[in-house]
Design a protein around this ligand. Structure first.
Ligand SMILES: [Zn+2]
Length: 369
């Protein structure tokens, strides 16, 4: 079963570009303006200039690389991969392209592919420090894991960290398949990649990120990681948590960064089975509201007694936006935020509310029975 009462909550650090990759900007060339726009955070402007440069010179590796950097930050992983593979076909020694390609795989939870990319690049650059460190990190992590052989339709990559348990594996795969259908139907977003689920059955496993507080037993860090002690007794709770983390995997492909924590967590909670009902109940029981700016950043630093209210308030806030403008508008807002828009600008253009109006409408929604 899952651990403890506080453990029913899930912590999901926004998996924003966890693997940083340094790319040297060309000082001149057809896309120098695009690199400048990229550095200034004007991603859509950079995207347009790179697109024109790519049309004029489809084999320019600097343009391919720049296009991939922008695509990665806009959540267009498939495009980013294609451009990087093309760049490496033209110049196999382009280590920055290999680093970025491996980072994309790591961010999508696919350490096996990332390791293959690092190893292929190291054949040409055996002393490259970052490539060696990346390969080593993947090997160390994979050595802790046992791959579950069956994966139910090939859409979930399942690993155990600790003793393997067949019943739990089956439950995880079935829950993941239902989560995929549920979230796909709600958002109209289909994942290009498989989602990686790691079931942590070893009590001594280290936390994947240093900032995980004691109340959290599941996280999303590119992979869904769930601490579990077989046999799982509360299957509905297991599925709720897995659906929540799975939602993060999908939302990450919409907006890999730039999204306030309350929006990511609120949307993931809203997508849980019974998520909205539970959020309403939790917020009434908590009897407190947190200031919205406090919910911008990670929930990891919140006092444990405030955590349930934080998730509930976030979910009800997302519900206000969905009721007013619909799910596609909220997804468009997230894409705007990833592209560098301000929250107020994205809220106004996609939802039709300023930040203050949104907060007032949220309060009004609580008064409606
Ligand atoms: Zn979460």
């Amino acid at each position: 079963m899952l651990l403890g009462a506080a453990a029913l909550l899930a912590l999901c650090p926004v998996p924003a570009l966890a693997q940083s990759v340094s790319v040297v900007m060309p000082a001149s060339g057809p896309a120098a303006d695009a690199w400048t726009a990229l550095e200034a955070g004007r991603l859509r402007e950079a995207e347009q200039i790179f697109a024109r440069a790519l049309a004029a010179g489809p084999d320019d590796t600097a343009v391919l690389l720049g296009s991939a950097v922008v695509a990665r930050r806009l959540g267009q992983g498939t495009n980013a991969r294609q451009w990087l593979i093309r760049a490496l076909q033209i110049d196999p020694s382009l280590s920055a392209a290999s680093m970025l390609l491996a980072a994309l795989s790591r961010e999508a939870g696919d350490l096996e592919t990332a390791l293959r990319v690092y190893e292929a690049a190291l054949v040409r650059a055996p002393d490259h420090r970052e490539l060696k460190a990346g390969a080593e990190a993947c090997r160390t992590e994979l050595a802790r894991l046992t791959r579950w052989p069956g994966d139910l339709g090939g859409e979930t990559r399942l690993f155990f960290e600790g003793p393997v348990d067949e019943a739990t594996a089956r439950l995880a795969l079935e829950s993941a398949a239902r989560a995929r259908d549920r979230i796909g139907a709600a958002l109209g977003v289909t994942l290009a990649d498989r989602v990686t689920v790691v079931l942590v059955t070893s009590p001594s496993s280290p936390a994947p990120v240093a900032a995980v507080p004691a109340w959290s037993t599941s996280q999303f860090d590119g992979r869904v990681r769930m601490q579990v002690r077989p046999p799982v007794k509360d299957r509905a709770e297991f599925e709720r948590m897995l659906t929540h983390e799975y939602a993060h995997a999908v939302l990450r492909t919409v907006a890999p960064g730039g999204v306030p924590t309350w929006l990511n967590e609120g949307f993931a909670t809203w997508l849980e089975p019974g998520g909205l009902t539970r959020a309403g109940r939790d917020l009434r029981a908590a009897g407190v509201l947190l200031p919205w700016p406090r919910l911008q950043e990670s929930f990891a630093s919140l006092p444990p007694e405030a955590v349930t209210a934080a998730y509930a308030q976030s979910a009800l806030g997302v519900a206000v936006m969905i009721t007013r403008a619909g799910i596609p508008a909220v997804l468009a807002m997230m894409r705007d935020l990833a592209a560098g828009e301000t929250l107020d600008g994205a809220l106004r253009s996609r939802i039709g509310l300023s930040v203050e109006e949104f907060q007032r409408e949220f309060l009004a929604s609580l008064r409606v029975p």
